[in-house]
Write a protein that binds this ligand. Structure first.
Ligand code: UD1
Length: 426
């Protein structure tokens, strides 16, 4: 199994291009199921997760044209040959569950495995299912599968989410595009990926207003057509490299950065003493820290526009070397501190108390062998490794390959000493 070796202590200097957003791409790919015309995506990130979803789409009958290594991908769901998403595929990648709504809306029925729990908590899908029921779907759970039917089509509905869910908002929006009548979704998530999905659906002929706010209205249409869409750039990837530069020191400019989507992070980085030049028009974010100390800064994860849970692990890695004590509170997922004991292996001082982690900054980290537990946790270990003295070896880096395109290349391009080691190198 591949591992990543990082020799820390070198500042990062240079430019890093930001790729298309994984979390947006996965929902956009599911949207291609809603039409019998081809949909072409540009800036599609080449990742284990997006490749994996393209395989699932192929098993449903979607023609996929996506040459290896390329960032343009064409999906053609002219004919659906199956409406079953098996356990093996949904278990490996939760976002596969998002094919349920589009299949139900287009074909009138679908059988999709429940995703089960994951490394960061139970992650139920009850809100997704309640939304489909409100739209008139008949749902049964049998042997771990959701069997859904809407023989006469889905109907528009008024759905008030009891709390904010990105996945349920997107999933209900996808299904409602082809429902009869108007659907009003209230207390919706406002993450930028939702507006990106809505933009693509609108280009396909959907009637959607309010995406990016707390109320989304969708007037169902009979059919949707094909389109071309540029996947938005990845705010989590951009935020991760911003923190890598802050932790290692140096001067890094992120290109194609979704600057406005990163306001919460930029505020906290500045508070912790990092110089950040954000240029929304040029889509660049320049991060500088040259020898100055980092100040301990508290963080509280919240739905957008608050601080994203997907950047919490990376911020914790940064705070391990700050002056003073920071309190990191995780409000979105119940078990998202798996990186804390791994960071401690590098010498970090972190106490986890329920949903809070108390991070006492230390004067320096020392390289060690560590284990990646989930996607964002694993990249926090890379950040810590870049700031540490000596060698850090991150095991189980398949987690990183799920969500970071060309990670080693982007980091080594800025002078980092990062190398992938396969078994043959051992
Ligand atoms: C998405 C992102 C993930 C990010 C998260 C929060 C993708 C592929 N993943 O995940 O990277 O960390 O948003 O920004 O886009 N919940 C329920 N019932 C439901 C749905 C959610 O209880 O039916 C709970 C979850 O367990 C969690 C909270 O609601 O505690 C928020 O989850 P949600 O916003 O739905 O996250 P995802 O869409 O799964």
């Amino acid at each position: 199994m591949d591992r990543l070796s990082i020799i820390g202590g070198t500042p990062l200097n240079g430019r890093i291009p930001i790729s298309g957003a994984k979390n947006s791409a996965l929902k956009l790919m599911a949207a291609a199921l809603l039409t019998d015309e081809p949909v072409t995506f540009h800036r599609m990130p080449n990742l284990a997760d997006t490749r994996f979803l393209s395989e699932l789409l192929q098993t449903l009958g979607v023609e996929v044209y996506w040459p290896k290594g390329e960032n343009t991908c064409r999906l053609n769901a002219a004919e659906l040959t199956s409406t079953i998403a098996p356990y093996e595929q949904v278990r490996k990648m939760r976002a596969s569950f998002n094919v349920l709504g589009p299949l139900l809306a287009r074909a009138g029925h679908a059988t999709v495995s429940l995703p089960g729990g994951c490394a960061i908590g139970a992650r139920p899908v009850d809100l997704h299912l309640k939304a489909f029921e409100a739209m008139g779907a008949d749902l049964k759970i049998e042997e771990g599968y959701v069997k859904a039917a809407a023989i006469h089509g889905l109907k528009g509905a008024q759905i008030v989410f009891p709390f904010v869910s990105v996945g349920a908002t997107e999933h209900a929006m996808l299904a409602a595009t082809l429902a009869k009548g108007e659907t009003v979704l209230e207390n919706t998530a406002q993450e930028p990926e939702i507006a990106d999905l809505a933009d693509c659906l609108i280009a396909m002929g959907a009637k959607i207003s309010g995406a990016g706010t707390a109320t989304i209205r969708i007037e169902g249409v009979e059919t949707l057509s094909g389109t071309e869409h540029n996947v938005m750039t990845d705010r989590i990837e951009a935020g991760t490299y911003a923190m890598a530069a802050a932790a290692a020191g140096g001067d890094v400019t992120l290109e194609d950065a979704p600057v406005e989507a990163l306001t919460a992070l930029v505020g906290l980085l500045r508070q912790s003493g990092v110089t950040v030049d954000a240029d929304a028009e040029a889509h660049t974010l320049r991060i500088q820290r040259n020898g100055s100390a980092l100040k301990a800064t508290d963080v509280d994860t919240q739905p957008h526009p608050g601080f994203p849970t997907d950047l919490q692990a990376q911020f914790m890695a940064l705070m391990t070397v700050a002056d003073g004590t920071s309190i990191i509170r995780e409000n979105i997922f119940e078990n998202r501190f798996m990186h804390a004991p791994e960071l401690s292996r590098l010498g970090a001082d972190i106490q986890v108390r329920g949903r809070e982690a108390v991070v006492k900054g230390v004067s320096g980290l020392k390289g060690a062998e560590v284990m990646a537990t989930d996607l964002r946790a694993s990249v926090s270990l890379v950040i810590a490794g870049l700031a540490a003295e000596g060698e850090t070896v991150v095991n189980r880096i398949y987690h990183l390959d799920r969500g970071f395109e060309r990670l080693e290349e982007k980091l080594t391009g800025c002078g980092a000493n990062v190398r992938r080691r396969g078994e043959e190198d051992e």
